[in-house]
Ligand binder design. Structure first.
Ligand SMILES: Nc1ncnc2c1ncn2[C@@H]1O[C@H](COP(=O)(O)OP(=O)(O)OP(=O)(O)O)[C@@H](O)[C@H]1O
Ligand SMILES: [Mg+2]
Length: 257
């Protein structure tokens, strides 16, 4: 089995703070992994490291079997075009249409000039393809709507459509279901995992919601204070260990007060 991601003793620091602290893990092509952990546990930092936006301060990162530490800007850009990141706040442009936002998904694979032209007048073939993707994610009637006219759940679907238009080999989604009701959250997570199976891309999703992680992902990685606390199938992680992930330590309780 080939690996999408391989981290060996990776640390990412912000000054004195290790946001990711000595993490080693391997994620195979086509795997579906949920990254769970409380606020500040390092989920976003880890996803940005997987996406090669952020290089590690220690350790090595390999993506699709290639060590990226010696990569230049051009090689990194090429690598990133194979991975779609759905950022925590989706990163959509509110005063632009759905089609314009989705077409930007392929920006990394096209020249700057072509990307600019795409934004002004998307090519007919792109519009057809985007329409088909929007159909798959269930919002085809919103093709020409502005982002700021959509609901939270619809915006999540646009962000997923933009990732799909990139034709990625891996999708990283950072808390894609915050700010929607539980039913919508479940639909979105189901859509992402169904798509991963259907299109065979690796999927890594950070989630606060343990129930959704357990229901839809065959592998859960628990993060706390930048460290991996468990990495296993949901059935083999004791309930107490999962709950403990979100419990405040005495020290943290004092800080909260
Ligand atoms: N740009 C930054 N500068 C300084 N510290 C940062 C920066 N980004 C993150 N951190 C710190 O690194 C740690 C991990 O942050 P990160 O955003 O990765 O956590 P998270 O698990 O994604 O949290 P959340 O669930 O709230 O999104 C936190 O303690 C945070 O304060
Ligand atoms: Mg985060």
């Amino acid at each position: 089995m080939s690996l999408t991601f391989q981290l060996e003793r990776v640390s990412c620091r912000f000054g004195d703070l290790a946001a990711v602290d000595d993490v080693s893990l391997e994620i195979e092509n086509g795997e579906r992994v949920a990254l769970i952990g409380p606020s500040g546990s390092g989920k976003t930092t880890l996803l940005r490291t997987l996406n090669t936006i952020r290089g590690p301060d220690a350790g090595t990162v390999s993506v699709f079997g290639e060590k990226i530490d010696s990569f230049g800007a051009k090689q990194l850009r090429k690598m990133r075009s194979r991975i779609a990141l759905i950022p925590q706040h989706l990163g959509l442009v509110p005063n632009m249409s759905v089609v314009q936002n989705v077409v930007a998904g392929r920006g990394g694979k096209r020249s700057t000039l072509r990307s600019l032209r795409d934004l002004i007048v998307p090519a007919k073939s792109d519009v057809r393809e985007i329409h088909a993707i929007l159909e798959r994610v269930g919002i085809e009637e919103k093709l020409y709507n502005r982002i700021d006219q959509l609901s939270g759940g619809q915006k999540q679907r646009v962000a997923i459509a933009r990732a799909l238009f990139q034709k990625p080999e891996a999708i990283l989604a950072d808390e894609p279901v915050s700010a929607v009701d539980p039913a919508r959250a479940r639909d979105t997570v189901k859509l992402l995992t169904d798509l991963s199976l259907e299109k065979n891309f690796t999927l890594v999703v950070s989630l606060h919601n343990l129930e959704l992680a357990r229901e839809f992902f065959p592998r859960l990685i628990g993060l706390r204070g930048g460290r991996v606390t468990f990495d296993a199938a949901p059935d083999s992680i004791p309930e107490s260990e999962m709950k403990a992930l979100f419990e405040l330590t005495a020290e943290e309780l004092v800080k909260e007060v």
